[in-house]
Design a binder for this molecule. Structure first.
Ligand code: ATP
Ligand code: FE2
Length: 325
């Protein structure tokens, strides 16, 4: 079985092609970028619409396949930005109809988790999922994935990107902010039980920059506080669940500083840290293709006329067994 997966929840239109053994034959994407920072939904939709055909062709060329060789078509059904999701769902539905292939709608956070488990061979980890829109600590409870802790407001990546926009950096700002070095500035650290909040931290960082404090100092301290809060919750989840592996996924997992903090924490408590390669932690089509294979095995295809988008779909709404890796 060969699966073609389409990712289009936010900035990236991606197409991956994956076999039923989990071999990645292609993983191609085109990401929306904005020189002024930020993401405007209609611009995302235009971007995805205009790049879709090229990205699909590139992925098929790389895999050396045609659409008739594909056995199942997966698409990211949600959560995400409605206008971006619609383009991916529409393209996937059109291909499924034209080539008479089964169609599978995939939950985007679940796809981050499943590709991470597969490529790092991590069977039952605590997952730290840190991206633009999401910051969640997830684990499997025997019947489904559950969210042990999460942000109560913005995702860590979105908070970073907003800070970047205010200091004139293009979107996405995360990688540039991550490399800035400065001196310590006291900023609010907000962990509430197992949950996190980044909005107070962001507001205070912006206020300090406006009042003339050195940008590098504020950015460095912002990242330090945001990452420490996140790792604290992940550590508590390891302690409470008794699990001994931490899997990092989501675009912010590309941050060397976050990985370093996670490594120190894991070493201190005798846990193993698992981090997939960058092209598989960020938004990509291969994770959708792989999760479509799992989903097809578990519950078969969805009737094409019932294919839809679910902009608010949570990982913990889905009955999902812990699959072999
Ligand atoms: P989701 O829909 O899962 O929330 P997303 O749309 O935010 O995903 P991802 O590709 O998973 O997309 O994550 C993008 C985020 O990752 C952006 O906020 C970006 O700034 C951040 N990011 C990317 N590289 C780095 C890095 N090296 N350091 C810190 N942040 C990074
Ligand atoms: Fe994502």
């Amino acid at each position: 079985m060969i699966s073609l997966g389409i990712e289009s929840t936010a900035h990236t239109f991606g197409v991956g092609i994956v076999t039923s053994e989990g071999e990645i034959l292609a993983n191609v994407w085109d990401s929306y970028k904005s020189p002024e920072g930020g993401m405007r939904p209609h611009e995302l939709a235009e971007h995805h619409f205009s790049t879709a055909v090229k990205v699909i062709r590139d992925a098929l060329d790389r895999a050396g396949l045609t659409l008739s060789d594909i056995s199942v078509i997966g698409y990211s059904r949600g959560p995400g930005i409605g206008q971006a999701l619609l383009i991916g769902a529409f393209v996937a539905r059109s291909l499924a109809l034209k080539y008479r292939k089964p169609l599978v709608g995939v939950n985007h956070p679940l796809a981050h988790v499943e590709i991470g488990r597969k490529v790092t061979k991590s069977y039952d980890p605590v997952v730290l999922y840190v991206s633009g829109g999401n910051t969640q600590v997830i684990t499997h409870n025997g019947r489904r994935y559950v969210v042990l802790g999460e942000t109560l407001d913005v995702g860590l990546g979105n908070a970073q990107d907003k800070l970047g926009r205010e200091i004139g950096l293009p979107f996405p700002a995360g990688p540039k902010l991550d490399r800035m070095v400065g001196k310590w500035v006291e900023l609010p650290y907000t962990v509430k039980g197992m949950d996190l909040s980044f909005s107070g931290l962001l507001t205070e960082a912006l206020r300090r920059i406006k009042s003339g404090e050195r940008v590098e100092d504020v950015v460095w301290s912002f990242m330090e506080v945001a990452f420490s809060m996140t790792i604290e919750v992940a550590e508590r989840a390891l302690a409470l669940s008794g699990k001994d592996e931490l899997l990092l996924v989501g675009g912010v997992a590309a941050s060397p500083r976050l990985k370093e903090k996670a490594e120190v924490m894991c070493r201190e408590r005798g846990a193993r840290l698992k981090v997939p390669p960058v092209e598989l932690v960020r938004d990509n089509g291969a994770m959708i293709a792989w999760t479509a294979i799992l989903s097809y095995r578990i519950r078969g295809p969805e009737p094409i006329e019932e294919s839809s988008i679910k902009p608010q779909w949570r990982i913990d709404e889905i009955e999902w067994p812990l699959t072999d890796i």
